[in-house]
Structures are given as C-alpha cells and as structure tokens.
Design a binder for this molecule. Structure first.
Ligand code: EPZ
Length: 417
C-alpha cells in the first residue's frame, strides 16, 4: 500500500486546477445506462471510484473507454446484476438500481453495507421505488428488485438524500407518467445529473430546489456533456492556502456552489476573491479565528468539508465548534489530528476545537476520503514530517493530489508503506 510523505511548513503559492467532480461523475456515469446511443463525457476525473464505476458499467454490459479526461459509453447487452465484490468497494454503485429497474424491470444489486462514516442505509431509495411500483426481496445480501414498468408518482423524502434523489431522477426520467420529488436534495451534483439527463432528452425541471418535476419520456438518446468541477476539491485547496499562509489561485473553481464554505472562511479571516483567472485565496491578516459550524444538506455547510475546516480551526486564535449532523461517525480524523498536536474534544456529534500555536508532523492513518484530505492539509502546515498511511482512501476522490500540491511548492511525495 502507498503512503504520502509531507515535509510541512512551506506556504503554497500559485495556480492550482480543480478536476471534474467525483460526486457528479459517478451518478452521471451510471445514468449512461439509460440512453440509446453513444455518450461522450468530458472533464471526467482520474480517480479510483471512476475506474470502479467504469468496471461496473462493463459488467452491466456497457462498452466504455476512458482516455484520462473523456469517457465514451454505449449500452450493448444490458445485464441486471451489480456484484458484491464491486459494490462493497463503492457504495455509489447502488445508483444503478434506478436505471436497471426503469429499463429492464429487474435489478439485483448487492446491499452496499456501511462504511467508516456511518451505516448509510438505502431505505429511502427503496421506499421511493416501491411507490413507483417496484417490489424488493433481500436475498443473500442482494437487493432483488422487480417491477412491471415503473410508474411516475409523487415522492416525498423524509430526508433530502443525495443518492436517493439521484436514483429516483434517473428512474423517473423514463417512467410512465410524471413524478414529483418533494424534499429533494439540492446539491449541485444533483443539478449536474438532471442537466445531463435533459441533454439526453429527459424532461426535468426544478433541479436545485426542493421540488423537482420529471415528465417521463419513452427513451433517452446519447449526448456530449462536460462534468462540473469538484467543489469539495476546490474547498480543500482553499483550506490548504489558509493553513500554509500562502496564496493560491484556484482555476475552474465552482465558486458559487461554495457559498456556505466561503462564508465561514471569511468569518475565520480568510480573504477570497474571484477574477478572470480563478479564485484567489489567502489569509487576510495572518490570524485565523474560530467559528461554529453545523453540517447541513445543501445549501447549508457541506459535510464533505467538515474535516478540512476542523484542521484549519485547529490553528485558530480562540475556539470553535463543529456539529456533524449528516453522518453518525464522521470524526475519525480527530484522533489523528490530536496526534499532530491539535486540541479537539468530542461530545457526541459535536467537536470543540481550541486553536494551538502550531501542529507537528507525525505518522498518521487515513480512515476515509475527506479525513485523508484533512490530514494532508494538516501535514502541509505542520513543522516536520508527516507520513499518511492507507492513502488509497484519498485516491478515491483526489486526482494526482501530490502532483498538484508539489506544483505550488509543497514538499510531498508518495512512498510504499
Ligand atoms: C452523497 O452520499 C455523497 N456521495 C457523499 O460524499 C456526501 O457526503 C453525501 O451525499 C451528503 O452530501 C456521492 O455523491 C457519491 P445521502 P449519499 O443519501 O448519497 C442517510 C464523499 O466524501 N440516508 O444524502 O450516500 C444517510 O445514512 C462522500 O465524497 C438514509 O438514512 O448521501 C446519511 O446519514 C461521502 N437512508 C444521510 O442520509 C437513505 O436511504 C445522507 O445520505 C439514504 C440516506
């Protein structure tokens, strides 16, 4: 297994480009099951999860090719089973359920199981599909869904689930009749999926609001589409600039989709401004202040930026709190940050962070994707050497991170563990 080694203490300066969004690319790639004809996707990031999804598409009978930026996909002979060996490595595989039920009237998808950050059930997905006419049996850890064609209906989500909204959007796009999704997720990646489906001939409106309307059409056609840039990668670079007291220009930055993060960063004393080259980020006057953060569904503060902001707050003058309200176990990075000298106390789903003068490098362990990112930005600012093990977590969601950070001055490289 690989590890990342960082000699910290170097301010990062210069331009850094954001890749395509993992959380937009995954549902859009699985939505490629739906259209008849070829789909060309641009700005697809080179990530482990993308390769996993392409493998799943191949298993399901799609012909795909990926040149490191563009994906071509065409459905050939569609199968209905997503195997456990693959689903267990990436829970987003459950997003093939909607397209398969809508197209084939049957789907066998391994129950994704939990992950480091929580149980992450899919009950809201299944309830919605049952309302559309599907029935489900649980057989040896597989969800076996059947339907005699999905029917459009009114769906109300108890929680604005991102994956649940995406699964229903894909199924409803070719269901018989109209579907209204109430309390839909408003994340930008959901909007990107809806826009992709509309480019394939779907009739979706209201994406980005809590009420999405879908007029079922008989079939979808191929299209060319560019994946949106990754707002969480962009937010991670904002924190890296602030942590190292440098100045980064973040290129292809989805600035508007980061309002809640930008608001908190400005309250912490970080200066951010968008110009024609990108978004410039640096500390305002050298001091970082503590703030209080609660993670919420979009447009609230994103849970995927929680670990990174905690790391920044560990260098604040004063204290701050972070309440994690989306996932039940998303504080795995805390013990590792404490090993680097951070002063963080946990009380249930709230962390109290008291800023310290500096962090010191140490050997640490990555546990999940965004926890890994928080350890990277901690290592960039810490004095001395930080070795981050199990870096495969990071490779799921950050493309060539050590290359991009080295290019703006970081002393960071990959080694065998
Ligand atoms: C998506 O996960 C993202 N993943 C996550 O990013 C992100 O943290 C999350 O949305 C919230 O923004 C992808 O897009 C691939 P949810 P998803 O359904 O769809 C509960 C990353 O780091 N829930 O909105 O799984 C669930 O347990 C990843 O890039 C149910 O109870 O998120 C969780 O507590 C991590 N029943 C909460 O809702 C359900 O049927 C949020 O889940 C579905 C969800």
């Amino acid at each position: 297994m690989d590890k990342l080694v960082i000699e910290g203490g170097v301010p990062l300066n210069g331009p850094i480009r954001v890749s395509g969004s993992k959380n937009a690319a995954l549902p859009i790639l699985l939505a490629c099951i739906l259209p008849q004809g070829e789909v060309n996707l641009g700005n697809v990031p080179r990530l482990r999860d993308i390769h996993t999804t392409l493998k799943l598409l191949d298993i399901l009978g799609c012909e795909t090719s990926f040149d490191g930026n563009n994906v071509k996909s065409r459905v050939c002979d569609l199968k209905i089973e997503a195997p456990y060996d693959l689903v267990k490595t990436m829970r987003a595989s459950v997003l093939c359920l909607g397209p398969l039920l809508a197209l084939k009237g049957e789907a066998k998808v391994a129950l994704p199981g939990g992950c480091a950050i929580g149980a992450r059930p899919v009950d809201l997905h299944l309830t919605a599909f049952e309302q559309m006419g599907a029935t489900f049996d649980l057989e040896s850890g597989y969800i076996h869904g059947r339907c005699d064609g999905l029917k459009g209906t009114d769906i109300h989500f108890d929680f604005p689930t991102v994956g649940g909204t995406e699964n229903v959007l894909m199924a409803a796009s070719i269901a018989e009749g109209d579907t209204i999704i109430e309390n839909a997720a408003r994340e930008p990646e959901v909007v990107d999926l809806a826009d992709f489906l509309n480019a394939c001939g779907a009739k979706i409106s209201g994406q980005g609001t809590s009420i999405i309307k879908v007029e079922g059409v008989s079939s979808l056609h191929g299209c060319d589409y560019r994946i949106m840039p990754d707002r969480i990668e962009a937010g991670t670079y904002m924190v890296a600039a602030a942590m190292t007291d440098g100045e980064l220009i973040i290129e292809d930055c989805p600035f508007q989709e980061l309002d809640a993060v930008v608001y908190k960063l400005r309250r912490m004393g970080i200066w951010l401004e968008e110009d024609d080259q990108g978004v410039r980020v640096r500390r305002d006057n050298g001091i970082i202040s503590g703030v209080d953060i609660t993670t919420q569904p979009f447009p609230g503060f994103p849970t995927d930026m929680q670990a990174q902001l905690m790391t920044l707050m560990s260098l604040a003058q004063g204290a701050g709190t972070i309440e994690e309200k989306i996932f039940e176990n998303r504080f795995m990075h805390v013990s590792e940050l404490v090993r680097m000298g951070a002063n963080i106390k946990l009380k249930g789903r709230t962390a109290m962070i008291r800023g310290v003068e500096k962090l010191t490098g140490a050997p640490v362990m990555a546990s999940d994707l965004r926890a890994s990112a928080s350890l990277v930005v901690a290592g960039l600012a810490a004095s001395g050497r930080t070795d981050i093990q199990r870096i495969y977590h990071l490779d799921r969601g950050y493309e060539r991170l050590e290359e991009k950070l080295s290019a703006v001055g970081a002393r960071i490289w990959r080694e065998k563990e």
